[in-house]
Design a protein around this ligand. Structure first.
Ligand SMILES: [Zn+2]
Length: 477
């Protein structure tokens, strides 16, 4: 039987986090009552003219440089004509012929764990469309134009990926880079990052591509992985049966776990692209590119190497932390306040990841004061609270954003600082455990451990163990 391999390319749309839309001054903020972030330009009134938002160009250059692309210094917009109610102008302003960025790459790991470059063919700027909301009860479709005109980057990869794992690796890297350079929040649940997946199969060793299908707007990594597995299987099955794969767009239904045909694939000519006459070509200077290059923050791979080499952190931990800009921010801020990278990394890898996992929270949705983790760690290192208490306090920080120092005070969780009170408690323990005291005096060292344990219990763990041991030995002589 012929062995097949899967060939996958991605078109990723990411909404830019500029304050205003790409061609007008309306807010890009997510949510808001329907049709409240709308003006005559983004609602496509006749006679209005778009005005280019310069921030969009700078964001696109930033993303392009971070993704190792060439920047097209003279680039233009084109009109993509299609009639659909989510786009009131009946055309989308996009870039077909001269996109702003070309030929970059993202480095991922292949099936054997070796580095592999997935090429990015181009990145172009365009405007987002509105949202259609189907109401099955009333049997009507409503339209919300708040999203219409929100700036998008479309990031088009070459068909360089061979498995769902490679695709997820690529998407995770892409998402983290876009978040690092702060061009998009990449919140998939709000549609700020959406992927169209192109899939074909071919016999292993073949150079030619098979016929591909496309699945649009899948909005979670898990769903993307499932859709790829399913579509690969479907195409191989067809070929084994001697049938053909039809070039088409398919809709992935993640709840039932299969896809269905939506429409046969349109070609560029169907859109009657032509140069956008209302927006002059964009000219970018070398100086502008260099200034943006200089402003780029340290990117994930460089950061990972630095954490390993300079801070001595394990590779696995650095991979997890640098995988999310939100974990990086917390890590670096906490290190600055504690001066202890290893302890900070441990708290993130053990306690924080557990809390995130238990509550199914993404790092971007963490909602506590960024100073709080450092405050918890410092209270432990200054012997103000013990480790068990610290974990409970941090859970409160994570869930209710409490002030950890105040919380410890108000709930009387701090370590005892009054040595005479500690001594009094230990004296009671000694008096109540005559048998163990005698055993200790006769040379049975285990008896001391027992007495320490009893003392810690009476003190509710709120006295430092070394202090308790010292006082106990002193009393026992
Ligand atoms: Zn507007």
């Amino acid at each position: 039987m012929i062995k097949y391999e899967t060939v996958i390319g991605l078109e990723v749309h990411t909404e830019l986090s500029t304050k205003s839309k790409i061609f007008c001054g309306c807010s890009t903020e997510f949510g808001g009552a329907p049709n409240t972030h709308v003006c005559e330009i983004c609602s496509g009134m006749p006679g209005t003219l778009p005005v280019m938002n310069e921030a969009v160009v700078n964001y696109a250059i930033k993303a392009g440089l971070a993704l190792n692309c060439n920047i097209t210094k003279y680039n233009k917009f084109d009109r993509k004509n299609y009639f659909y109610p989510d786009l009131p102008k009946a055309y989308q302003i996009s870039q077909l012929y001269m996109p702003i960025c070309t030929w970059g790459y993202i480095e991922i790991k292949d099936a054997d764990g070796n580095p592999k470059k997935v090429k990015i063919r181009e990145i172009h700027m365009e405007e987002d469309a509105g949202k259609l909301i189907h109401d099955p009860v009333e049997n009507v479709t409503l339209v919300d134009y708040n999203r219409c005109g929100v700036p998008l980057l479309e990031i088009v990869s070459e068909p360089d990926m061979r498995s769902a794992e490679e695709v997820i690796d690529y998407l995770e890297k892409l998402k983290s880079i876009l978040q690092y350079v702060e061009v998009s929040d990449c919140k998939m649940q709000e549609g700020s990052l959406r992927a169209d997946v192109n899939i074909s199969v071919r016999p292993v060793g073949s150079e030619e591509f098979g016929t591909r299908t496309e699945m649009k707007n899948i909005n979670s990594f898990k769903a993307i992985a499932r859709a790829i597995e399913n579509e690969t299987h479907r195409q191989i099955e067809l070929l084994h049966e001697g049938k053909e794969v039809v070039q088409e767009t398919r809709h992935w239904d993640d709840t039932v776990g299969h896809s269905r045909s939506m429409r046969s694939k349109e070609d560029a000519q169907d859109y009657k692209y032509f140069p956008e006459p209302d927006i002059p070509p964009i000219e970018i200077t070398d100086e502008q590119i260099e200034n943006i290059r200089k402003s780029l923050p340290e990117l994930p791979e460089a950061k990972k190497a630095r954490y390993i080499n300079e801070l001595g952190l394990p590779e696995y931990d650095t991979g997890i932390i640098t995988g999310s800009v939100h974990l990086v921010r917390l890590f670096e801020h906490t290190c600055a306040l504690t001066g202890n990278p290893k302890e900070t990394a441990n708290w993130i890898m053990v306690e924080l990841l557990k809390l995130l996992n238990d509550t199914q929270t993404l790092p971007e949705n963490m909602n506590f004061n960024i100073d709080s983790l450092a405050a918890v760690i410092n209270m432990v290192s200054e012997n103000k609270i013990n480790r068990g208490t610290a974990k409970k306090v941090f859970a409160e920080v994570f869930e209710n954003n409490v002030d950890p120092v105040k919380y410890v005070e108000e709930n009387n969780l701090g370590m005892m600082t009054d040595n005479s009170a500690i001594r009094a408690a230990i004296e009671q323990v000694v008096a109540a455990n005559e048998k163990s005291v005698n055993e200790y005096k006769n040379g049975k060292t285990q008896a001391l451990q027992y007495l320490i344990g009893q003392s810690m219990r009476v003190l509710k763990g709120k006295a430092p163990a070394q202090e308790v041991t010292a006082i106990l030995k002193e009393i026992l002589g």
